[in-house]
Design a protein around this ligand. Structure first.
Ligand SMILES: Cc1ncc(COP(=O)(O)O)c(C=O)c1O
Length: 373
């Protein structure tokens, strides 16, 4: 049954690439898909064992996360980010972080019906804007600098007054930029706007140590983290949020009512993953090496592809600014699938994003194809 009024979901961005894929059909070995940022390397066996042997299948898992998970999160935040959070009051689990990102504007609007605006970086992960749209809120992009960091001085007074929340993302997807998170936290405190800091790529910070919004305390801020990228667990769906106890309490309660629960085995797997840093160090080397190789492929094609300050994406200016043409060119020349930058907002339209999520063998295939051109 079709409806003539009301919301109609736009095409899902990555589905729009399907019709282009046959352009790589003539390459032996097929397409090398670097469009979606989905991990492909295996998680550690200790994590898989924990997933299999938790004995937690029978009962409903706690929505806020088991005490073991919340304690381990607090320990990880302390060891890796150098900050203190109270596992009893300042931490809770999420079913991966996408559901949290998208659901948040709706819950924040219920909390403060006088406000209606979600602020987010103009070139960014599309779910910040989609969450606002699905909540019937205004999605207002905040301009970014040349290094893809957010320009909070560009937010208008009207938007500040209407803002329910601000999203920041460091390291940023797709641009790999790093924000001054202390400045973002202060900005939020000054204007009484909660700041949500998506830090899911923090382990893959190349320029300095991982940054967190928690470094200036928890007041008015929430850090959002995911196990998906850090530990190659995107299929298990675990993340967490940590910060301001009043906000955490509100979100915990609302999410209990709504039935958000990370499955028990997944919570046990997350405890194992967060207590091991060796696999993350290994993964850092893998991504760094792949980024370098992909950047060289692009350079050999005459296209400058700078290495990011963080994250595992190359954010590449398309020759002549035509991203869709460049996506087609990469597919037909070397069989590599990139994402056109407009997926990350209109201001990204002149770039393409290449995710370093193919194995070394597959990247070698691209290198060989280029050598043969
Ligand atoms: C910036 C950013 N935030 C959040 C997510 C969501 O990840 P997950 O739902 O697997 O935790 C992604 C995934 O690509 C992302 O790039």
């Amino acid at each position: 049954m079709s409806s003539t009024k009301g919301f109609s979901p736009p095409p899902y961005p990555y589905d729009r690439l399907d019709e282009l894929k046959p352009l790589a059909d003539h390459h032996e070995g097929g397409i090398v898909d670097c469009s979606i940022g989905t991990p492909i390397d295996p998680p550690p066996s200790s994590v898989l064992n924990a997933l299999a042997l938790s004995d937690s299948e029978r009962s409903y898992p706690p929505s806020i996360g088991t005490p073991a998970l919340r304690n381990q999160i607090a320990l990880w935040v302390q060891e890796r980010l150098g900050c203190e959070v109270d596992p009893a009051t300042e931490v809770a689990a999420a079913v991966g972080t996408k559901e949290f990102v998208v659901g948040l504007p709706h819950w924040m609007k219920l909390r403060n019906p006088n406000r209606d605006t979600v602020l987010y970086p103009a070139v960014s992960y599309p779910s910040y804007a989609m969450g606002a749209t699905l909540a019937g809120c205004r999605a207002v992009p905040v301009p970014v600098n040349n290094d893809w960091s957010i320009r909070l001085d560009a937010v208008t007074d009207e938007d500040k007054e209407r803002a329910l929340l601000l999203w920041v993302n460091t390291p940023g997807n797709p641009g790999g930029g790093l924000d001054d998170l202390d400045a973002a936290a202060n900005w939020g405190r000054t204007h009484r706007i909660p700041v949500f800091s998506d830090e899911c790529y923090s382990e893959f910070t190349w320029d300095g140590s991982p940054r967190t919004i928690l470094s200036s305390g928890t007041e008015g801020v929430i850090a959002v983290h995911s196990l998906s990228k850090r530990s190659n667990l995107a299929g298990v769906r675990v993340g967490f949020y940590a910060g301001d106890p009043e906000l955490v309490d509100y979100l915990r309660e609302i999410r209990k009512h709504a039935g958000f629960m990370v499955p028990g085995p997944a919570q046990a797997a997350a405890v194992a993953a967060l207590s091991d840093q060796a696999h993350v160090e290994q993964q850092r080397e893998i991504y760094h090496s792949r980024l370098g190789r992909l950047s060289t492929v692009l350079a050999d094609m005459g296209v400058e592809a700078p290495l990011p300050q963080g994250g595992f994406y190359l954010w590449v200016p398309a020759p002549d600014g035509d991203a869709w043409l460049f996506v087609r060119h990469l597919l037909s020349e070397v069989g590599l699938l990139a994402s056109p930058g407009e997926f990350y907002g209109p201001d990204g339209a002149g770039h393409v994003r290449i995710a370093a999520v193919q194995t070394d063998d597959r990247i070698a295939l691209v290198e060989q194809r280029l050598a043969a051109v």
